[in-house]
Ligand binder design. Structure first.
Ligand code: GN1
Ligand code: MG
Length: 343
């Protein structure tokens, strides 16, 4: 079925009339396809090659939402609108799952942090979600992507991709590969942390980049956190680390001028202040000892994933130009260097 017709038929499952709505693709996110359906909605097609078990995704959100309804009834937890027949997802004829969210007027997302206040508010919002869910039974959650943030696995996947890469892609990445191999001591540090039970499995967001926070349009106030596809068991360093990765530099992971990448100490401090304002009493002292490693581990992990994808022929992350994954991997290596110098 042609995409326009697919979207129309999905919207009809929600009792909506496509002829009365305007549909516009939003180019954000590297995995799913997102559309603004005005007035009032965000429609998303889930990437079925990445989320092999979409039911796990909607089940997790249902578990969290039911728990929060009783524990934190005023908390704004963004979950999908149910279809006419009461389902969280609609399957199209090609087997892609779709879901619909409310759109909040006068809200924005940002790709770079500009102020300490934004960093503090965003980090606090992710901390608040973790705190509210800290009493929820972790066994009720499934991994929507198995071993998603297992750094050891990500390193192995990089090595496998390197073996299979074309000569051209290997040539283009030769120097970058040396850079990434240099930091593989972070895999050992990650293994030490996770094998020693120093970290507790918690319900984590797992994609805490700055553009997954919805701000009020004209203030630094957070409306809610979004993109809950990877809300699942994980370690707190994944959330804290991905905030560090995406908040500390004035430029995003897409920046190709690496001279613009820097670590803003005041932003780093604001992230910790905001996150710990909610999580200080939840995290153990052992967990807190891992805080200095969080940013490097996540920057290394996502950088390795971009590099792996480039070596594999750009099959995972959405790209809009050739070598985009190579540029992202280069960007992340620079950021990692800066973080490791500071550590
Ligand atoms: C992907 O789809 P998006 O842009 O929210 C990725 C994250 C990465 C991020 C890097 C399911 O997130 O893990 O950190 O790109 N999500 C998945 O920008 O792989
Ligand atoms: Mg995401």
């Amino acid at each position: 079925m042609e995409l326009g017709n697919t979207i129309a038929s999905v919207l009809q499952s929600y009792g909506l009339k496509p002829s009365e709505l305007s549909i516009e693709r939003i180019n954000s996110g590297h995995i799913n396809r997102t559309y603004k359906v005005a007035p009032g909605y965000i429609l998303q097609r889930i990437n079925k090659q990445v989320f092999l078990n979409p039911k796990a995704l909607s089940d997790n959100l249902r578990v969290a939402s039911d728990f929060l309804k009783t524990q934190a009834p005023d908390y704004l937890f963004l979950h999908a609108i149910k279809t006419f027949s009461g389902d969280d997802l609609v399957l199209d004829d090609d087997g892609y799952p779709w879901r619909l969210f409310p759109y909040f007027e006068n809200t924005i997302t940002i790709d770079e942090v500009n102020t300490k206040q934004q960093a503090y508010a965003a980090a606090r919002a992710f901390g608040l979600l973790s705190r509210h869910l800290s009493g929820c039974d972790i066994n009720k959650f499934e991994e929507t992507i198995p071993q998603f943030h297992d750094l050891s696995l990500r390193y192995t996947q990089f090595e496998e991709a390197l073996k299979k890469a074309t000569a051209e892609r290997k040539r283009l990445t030769a120097q970058l590969i040396d850079g990434y191999v240099h930091y593989n001591y972070l895999v050992n540090k990650y293994n030490d942390l996770t094998h020693s039970n120093q970290l507790k499995l918690r319900v984590t967001h797992n994609d805490t980049k700055i553009n997954n926070v919805l701000f009020e349009r004209n203030s630094d106030k957070v409306v809610c956190v979004i993109d809950l596809d990877t809300l699942m068991p994980g370690y707190f360093i994944y959330d804290l680390g991905d905030m560090i990765r995406t908040f500390v530099s004035p430029s995003s992971e897409e920046e190709t001028d690496v001279s613009k990448i820097e670590i803003r100490k005041e932003i780093y401090d604001a992230i910790l202040d905001g996150y710990l304002a909610e999580m200080d009493s939840i995290l153990s002292n052992e967990e807190k000892r891992a805080i200095p490693l969080a940013g490097s581990i996540m920057t290394y992990m996502i950088g390795l994933r971009f590099l792996t994808d480039f070596l594999s022929g750009d099959i995972y992350f959405h790209t809009s130009y050739a070598h985009q994954n190579l540029n992202r991997a280069t960007n992340q290596l620079y950021l990692l260097k800066r973080l490791e110098v500071q550590a």
